[in-house]
Design a protein around this ligand. Structure first.
Ligand SMILES: [Zn+2]
Length: 148
């Protein structure tokens, strides 16, 4: 069986937000979103530093504001992130949360967990890089796609 991601045509994929998967486990729904920052296989990728810094910021934001958040983390291909939440959610839910997240990132003065106790590679964290890459993506939302 192929994982959901392998069934998506990455040649057509554009930056945007996608409802990646809604999975039912017993009587519980789990929704996975694809936050795609970069067009795949085009030579323009998120740097490890930007990805790592955004991971700290965004994972913290969803943990603090959405009890249904299960997981947030980067894709190994460096083109985006997955957000996993409990319950059946739609793109509108994600859009609303991103507006609050944008505000959170803009106001952030310090990356949460930027210390050797909380992180496995804390010296790579860079707030201004995270803010720049976030703004570049979020401000282009009029051009986003949300259909695979
Ligand atoms: Zn870390």
């Amino acid at each position: 069986m192929l994982i959901t991601s392998f069934k998506i045509n990455h040649k057509k994929l554009k930056p945007g937000i996608y409802l990646h998967e809604v999975k039912k486990i017993k009587n519980f729904f789990v929704t996975t979103f694809d936050l795609r920052f970069k067009k795949p296989n085009k030579g323009d990728y998120l740097s490890n530093s930007a990805m790592h810094s955004l991971e700290h910021l965004i994972a913290t934001f969803y943990t603090q504001n959405y009890p249904e958040k299960i997981y947030f983390g980067p894709m190994g291909c460096q083109t985006g992130f997955y957000l996993v939440v409990g319950g059946k959610k739609d793109i509108k839910w994600l859009e609303k949360s991103l507006e609050k997240l944008d505000n959170f990132i803009q106001k952030c003065k310090k990356i949460p967990g930027q210390n050797p106790m909380s992180c496995g590679n804390y010296k790579t964290l860079n707030l201004s890089l995270a803010k720049t890459d976030w703004a570049k993506w979020y401000e282009s939302k009029k051009q986003w796609s949300n259909k695979y």
